[in-house]
Design a protein around this ligand. Structure first.
Ligand code: AP5
Length: 215
């Protein structure tokens, strides 16, 4: 099954994608994670993307689409995938339909309120090694600021500072939210409240995707 997890920053796309990937055995593709890795390795793409990401802006379509095409051709996606962070505008959604020929199967929209988003993102801390997200109060690590799995210090994403989060939200409303109508018109949109506890969100997603839940 070809799935998209869609929603504003902090809706829980990465968190749900990881749970779904573990439960259903589908590869998780996060354009944000791929871009952060390129920035960390200081590749040509990473150097071009860095400034946009730190400002909370979208990285230009041409760069991101090349990156997605490369990932899609890797040969491990015959059984489907969970795409998180792409598409982020209608042009990207159309490009994705072209890449996939038959398009996606379902777009899961995690609708989330601004208050919840701000609380989640300013409190998020990430493991630099395995990429797992924690939250200072919602999902704290067992040991203060240390990853449960890797035992390395957690860090705060530069784009999780409050001013940048507000800019990311503005960009989401202006550029990304029209993607909802695009999938609604195709009859592929599933709407789920992202404000709920992450286990509840996961159960709701699993119920919406019975073909996957039976696996
Ligand atoms: P990206 O990494 O995709 O960021 P985002 O979409 O802004 O999403 P986030 O990762 O911030 O949030 P999330 O919804 O995954 O929430 P999470 O599960 O982490 O992109 C970063 C940047 O890369 C963009 O700004 C852009 O510059 C660039 N980019 C990426 N893709 C692009 C594209 N296609 N085109 C152009 N540019 C692109 O959860 C957040 C926090 O909340 C965590 O601490 C978590 O523990 C906690 N939490 C999660 N769910 C719950 C819950 N249900 N209850 C309580 N706490 C929860």
């Amino acid at each position: 099954m070809k799935l998209i997890l869609f929603g504003p920053p902090g809706a829980g796309k990465g968190t749900q994608a990881k749970l779904m990937s573990e439960r259903f055995g589908l590869p998780h593709i996060s354009t944000g994670d791929i871009l952060r890795s390129e920035v960390q390795k200081s590749t040509e793409l990473g150097q071009k993307a860095k400034g946009f990401m730190e400002a909370g802006q979208l990285v230009p379509d041409s760069l991101v689409t090349e990156m997605v095409k490369k990932r899609m051709s890797a040969g491990d996606l015959e059984g489907g995938f969970i795409l998180d962070g792409y598409p982020r505008n209608v042009a990207q959604a159309k490009t994705l339909d072209e890449i996939l020929k038959g398009g996606i199967d379902r777009a899961i929209y995690l609708s989330t309120s601004e208050k919840v988003i701000l609380q989640r993102l300013t409190g998020r801390r990430v493991c630099p090694k395995c990429g797992i997200n924690y939250h200072l109060t919602n999902m704290p690590p067992k040991k203060d600021m240390v990853c449960d799995r890797c035992e390395v210090d957690l860090y705060q994403r530069p784009d999780d500072k409050e001013a940048t989060v507000k800019n990311r939200l503005k960009v989401y409303l202006e550029e990304s939210s029209p993607v909802l109508d695009y999938y609604k018109q195709q009859g592929k949109l599933e709407n789920i409240s992202g404000d709920l506890d992450s286990r509840e969100v996961f159960e709701l997603i699993s119920k919406k995707l019975p073909a996957l839940s039976k696996k």
